[in-house]
Write a protein that binds this ligand. Structure first.
Ligand code: PBG
Length: 329
């Protein structure tokens, strides 16, 4: 018997019949090398400390960070993104740019551990280092002083490059940060250090668990005067255009899942190397559901990561990196 309808039925299911057919017609792929794993390294602790809202993640010692980085590399993960948690904080976030600061020590240790087949990216911001928890230097009225902050970012970038960072990734959302950092790096003879710009970074509720992990929650107010409003997408295209004009080598959209439209728009408009940051809250919500048996962790994780590739991400920064790499092997 033929089809029940009088019009010819398009046989879409023909190419879905077997795993082999589905595989040769797949439009998108997901590989471990496209994943970047965030690592938190804390000064002055003897043992790694579990982060309660992010199962499987720790505030690392230098030693445990090395071990973790090695395991990630063995699984084929492309690189690590380093966040330092200093022993002391002050108004200027001094530890962020100190040559002996925890982030510089971590960068140097992981650079040494990983070799040139894997990449060490340094997150460049002040919120983990300032006593008030904001991403910059404060004015007397408690707002963030954009241009005073740029001077600090320039110092941090040079310290991170000196420590051996393969890439610096400014995440503070100050205007002109990419240009200021590029100028500083070039002036210190780091012309070959690329900038991965957190270009489209939203003021998001999904950063909650990260702020526990990195101890960088704002002590008053919020970040809406410098991070983007979730109602906007065209603004993201302007942010990316500015970062590219200032010298960004690659751009990022953050968070990932609630902003897939932004990711697609950025990739389509600029065609530049584009990263998506699958942030802490995205990880925590999936893991919480998986712990309760409400979602299958493996299937849901791989589906999420694939969705980011499909939306246009070349690179995915994700707390799922280690397990995903194992599953993809
Ligand atoms: C620092 C920074 C944050 C994240 C990455 N870099 C926190 C923030 O902006 O409040 C969040 C990452 C995550 O949630 O996984 N500016």
């Amino acid at each position: 018997m033929g089809p029940m309808s009088s019009f010819p039925v398009a046989r879409m299911r023909r190419l879905r019949r077997t795993p082999g057919l589905r595989s040769i017609f797949a439009e998108t792929s997901l590989e471990a090398r496209s994943l970047i794993a965030p690592l938190f390294v804390k000064a002055g602790i003897d043992e790694p400390r579990a982060i309660s809202s992010m199962p499987g993640h720790f505030q690392h010692t230098l030693e445990s960070a090395r071990k973790e980085a090695r395991e990630l590399a063995e699984r084929g993960v492309g690189g690590v993104l380093i966040f330092g948690i200093p022993s002391g904080k002050d108004e200027a976030g001094s530890a962020a740019s100190s040559a002996s600061g925890v982030s510089q020590q971590a960068i140097a240790a992981l650079r040494d551990e990983l070799g040139d087949d894997h990449v060490v990216i340094a997150d460049l911001c002040l919120c983990e280092y300032t006593s008030h928890g904001h991403c910059g230097i404060l004015n007397d009225d408690q707002t963030v002083d954009n241009d005073a902050t740029l001077e600090r970012y320039a110092e941090i970038a040079v310290a991170q490059a000196q420590a051996g960072a393969d890439i610096v990734a400014p995440s503070g959302m100050m205007d002109g940060q990419v240009g200021a950092i590029r100028t500083a790096l070039d002036g210190a003879a780091f012309v070959d250090t690329p900038i991965l710009a957190y270009s489209a970074k939203y003021a998001s509720s999904f950063y909650g668990p990260f702020r526990e992990a990195a101890e960088g929650a704002p002590q008053f107010g919020d970040r809406r005067a410098y991070q983007q409003d979730p109602r906007n997408v065209e603004e993201s295209l302007r942010e990316v255009a500015l970062d590219l004009a200032e010298g960004a080598d690659a751009v990022m959209v953050k968070p990932a899942l609630p902003y897939l439209d932004v990711l697609r728009a950025v990739k389509e408009e600029f065609g530049m190397p584009t990263a998506a940051y699958n942030v802490s809250g995205e990880y925590s919500m999936l893991m919480a559901a998986a712990e309760r048996g409400w979602l299958d962790e493996r299937a849901a994780t791989l589906e999420v990561l694939l969705s980011l590739r499909r939306a246009g991400a070349d690179l995915i920064i994700t707390y799922h990196a280690k397990k995903a790499a194992e599953w993809l092997a």
